[in-house]
Structure formats: C-alpha cells, structure tokens
Write a protein that binds this ligand. Structure first.
Ligand code: NAP
Ligand code: G4F
Length: 342
C-alpha cells in the first residue's frame, strides 16, 4: 500500500522539494496551504499541474487546533512533516508573539492531534528544528550534544518545539524526531533571506537593472547547504526504526561576504572591496559603489558563527550532501540569471 505523507509548510522552500521527493517515492502527498489574498502556491504549481492523482491540497493553519485535528484525523497519514514556520529570524524580533504562536504552539497542536489519534503509535512526526537554537554558540562545531543558547524570538520558539517533540516522544511513546538543520538554500529560497537577496541583486547588477545591493552584517558566518540534500535527510530520519534527533550540515562555514565573492566570481563581476565592518563597500571596475551596508538590516542580537557536525547523520542515516558551496551558488546564480535575463 502507498504511504501517506502530510506536509505542513508545503508552499515553502523545503516543503515543495519534499513534496517532489516523496512523489518520486510514490507516496500519496497531502499538502497544507494557508488562505492568502494572493497566490502562494508558486513553488508547488508544477506538481499540481502534472501529478494531481497522488497530490492533495488542503486549506489549513498550524495555529488552529480545530483544523489541525480535522486534517490529521481525516487524512490518517503515516508521516507528518512539520515544516510550517514564520521562518525569518529578523522578522521574529518585530512579531515575537506571532512567531511563538506558529513556531512553538503550532508544533504542540500537531503533537496533540497525533496523541488523540487512533493511529497514534503508527504516525511518524518530523519537527523542523534549526541551528538558530545554538545561537551564541557554546561549542565548535555544533552537534546533537552542544548546549543551546538561542538569540532571537525565532530561535527561542523553535527550542520550545524541539523540547516538546522530545517530551511527547518520551511521555507518550510517539515516533517524533527533530532535525537540527543548518542553513540551506536553493533557487526556491525566499527572496528576503541573505543568499537569495544576493543572487538576485548581483544578477540584476550584472544585467544593468539594479544599481546597488544594500545588506546588513557581512561578517556573520553560516554553514550553507542545498535544500534538496536536506529534505532527503528529513525523510531518512523518518525511515529509522527508533525516533532520534539529527544535526544536518555540510561541515563548512563561510561569511556573507564570501558568499558575495563566490557569486561575483561565477558572474564574472569584478568587485573591489574597501572599508571595514559596517563601512565595508564594494565597487565595480569603474569605481561605482555597488554594495554597501545599512544598520537597517542588523539584528538586535546576532548569531555570529555557525558550523555543524553531522557525523551522526552521516553514519546512522548514511546521509551525505551532493552539493558543495560552489555548486550551491552555481545552482542559484544560474537560475536567477536565466529568469531575470528573460
Ligand atoms: P519557508 O520557505 O519560509 O516556508 C515556510 C512554510 O510555512 C510556508 O509554506 C508557509 O506558508 C508555512 N507557514 C507559515 N505559517 C504557517 C501557519 N501558521 N500555518 C501553516 N503553514 C504556515 O521556510 P523553509 O526555508 O522552507 O523552512 C522550512 C522549515 O524549516 C521552517 O520551519 C524553518 O523554520 C525550518 N528551518 C529552515 C532552515 C533553512 O535554512 N531553510 C534551517 C533550519 C530550519 P506560506 O507560503 O503561506 O507563507
Ligand atoms: O539569510 P538569513 O536571514 O538567515 P538566518 O538568520 O541564518 O536564518 C535562516 O537559517 C536558519 C538556520 O540557521 C533557519 F532556521 C531560519 O529559518 C532561516 O532559514 O541571514 C543569514 C545571515 C545573518 O547573520 C544576517 O544578519 O546574513 C546576515 N545578513 C546580512 N545582510 C542578512 C542581510 N540577512 C538578511 N536576511 N538580509 C540582509 O540584508
């Protein structure tokens, strides 16, 4: 019999790749979309157009326990992936209460619905945890055993979701696991996250349709991987006999500035750097300033450095990423350049 998966967050970057991945594995995929005043299914439209037989869309919202219960009890899934979130760290400082409703209590709503389901011991649950929980890092590199120290309302809310997942696993014997995923990007990445803002900005500058790219902290370091590799890891965690938590990361870290430099290299765009810290500026070959920093994009408290240790996933899940840093940049740059050119 075909397995049934339910994806919260299916209209997002990871949810859309996960839907592609599970459909290839012959799952029946049920996907949740939110009511929105404009179309929000761009990332899954390609599926809907050609694979309607195994793909089902439902309106829902993770903050509404009535809808969460109704969907879980009627779909009767084998696997539930909770990828739904207010996923922007900077925005979480502006809407902390809302971020907690979605990122923390949303997870609890799903776990409660599983607990009250007749199939409760058969349903597997995946919680989309994050390296943001390490925040002010207490150890390098960060593994499953590194203590957490979140630095944003986003990170704090995700830490609640992490621990409530463990608590429901221990208290009610649910198959509930946490992925602790480091940053992962792709051509489907939201346009306000730094990597996509850079790939779009530099492609537009190269094509002469944007003059300047204005960013925040260029010296923060992130362990960036590709979303396609990371959704495979999510699925692998759900295929284990016992639920456990796993760090997913590449084991390499780069500054935001290095990300810009790699993009510029692939676009054959020369940048001459001058100044330090917030005064750092990038100039083109004619001496025109094309990159500068603004306080507007700095956060009240920053996560300066992230570097993951995914040894456990590599050995137990046999997971290994196919994309390295330059392949990731290439995928994003190629996609944005082609799209913008046409
Ligand atoms: P994303 O592109 O921002 O997608 C978030 C998804 O959640 C969207 O489908 C969004 O729907 C949905 N959503 C938001 N609020 C909701 C609500 N109240 N009810 C139902 N759905 C809701 O994020 P992503 O990059 O794919 O990340 C997926 C998950 O992994 C998130 O939980 C994120 O926090 C976590 N994570 C991401 C990374 C990363 O680097 N990408 C790393 C670690 C963990 P709309 O399309 O309607 O907005
Ligand atoms: O791309 P970012 O916004 O990602 P951030 O904050 O690391 O969060 C992402 O990864 C987390 C995993 O660690 C996920 F849980 C979370 O959902 C999200 O997907 O920012 C990356 C870095 C930060 O240090 C930020 O200060 O880039 C710096 N940055 C510099 N200029 C900027 C900008 N970030 C954004 N968004 N926009 C800028 O102009």
């Amino acid at each position: 019999m075909k397995k049934i998966a339910l994806i919260y967050g299916a209209t997002g970057q990871d949810g859309s790749y996960l839907a592609d991945f599970l459909l290839k594995k012959k799952y029946h995929v049920h996907a949740i979309k939110r009511k929105s005043s404009s179309l929000n299914t761009e990332r899954i439209d390609h599926i809907y157009e050609k694979n309607t037989k195994n793909f089902f869309l439902h309106y829902g919202d993770i903050t509404d326990p009535i809808s969460v219960n109704e969907i879980i009890h009627s779909v009767n899934p084998d696997e539930i992936y909770n990828l739904a979130a207010q996923s922007h760290v900077a925005v979480s400082f502006k809407i902390p209460n809302y971020t907690a409703q979605v990122n923390a209590l949303g997870a609890l709503n799903i776990l409660e619905a599983i607990k009250s389901s007749k199939k409760r011991n058969k349903i597997k649950y995946y919680q989309a945890g994050t390296s943001e929980m390490y925040g002010k890092v207490q150890e390098n590199p960060q593994s499953e055993n590194t203590p957490f120290y979140p630095r944003s309302p986003y990170g704090v809310a995700k830490l609640f979701a992490h621990w409530i997942t463990i608590n429901y696993r221990e208290a009610y014997d649910l198959f509930a696991c946490n992925g602790i995923l480091f940053n992962h990007e792709s051509p489907r990445r939201g346009e306000t996250f730094v990597t996509r803002k850079i790939t779009i900005g530099l492609c537009k500058i190269k094509l002469g349709i944007q003059k300047k790219l204005i960013l925040g902290n260029l010296y923060a370091k992130r362990d960036w991987g590709h979303a396609k590799d990371y959704v495979e890891a999510q699925w692998l965690m759900m295929q284990q006999k016992k639920p456990e938590d796993f760090v997913i990361a590449t084991g390499h870290t780069h500054t935001v500035k290095s990300f810009i430099i790699e993009c510029a290299k692939q676009l054959n765009l020369k940048i001459i750097w001058k100044g330090k810290g917030i005064k750092t500026k990038g100039y083109d070959k004619n001496g025109k300033c094309i990159i500068e920093c603004s306080k507007k994009y700095f956060r009240p408290s920053e996560v300066d450095f992230l570097l993951g240790n995914a040894k456990k996933a590599r050995s137990k899940l046999k997971w290994k990423p196919n994309f390295n840093f330059s392949k990731l940049v290439k995928d994003m740059i190629t996609n944005d350049y082609e799209k913008l050119k046409s």
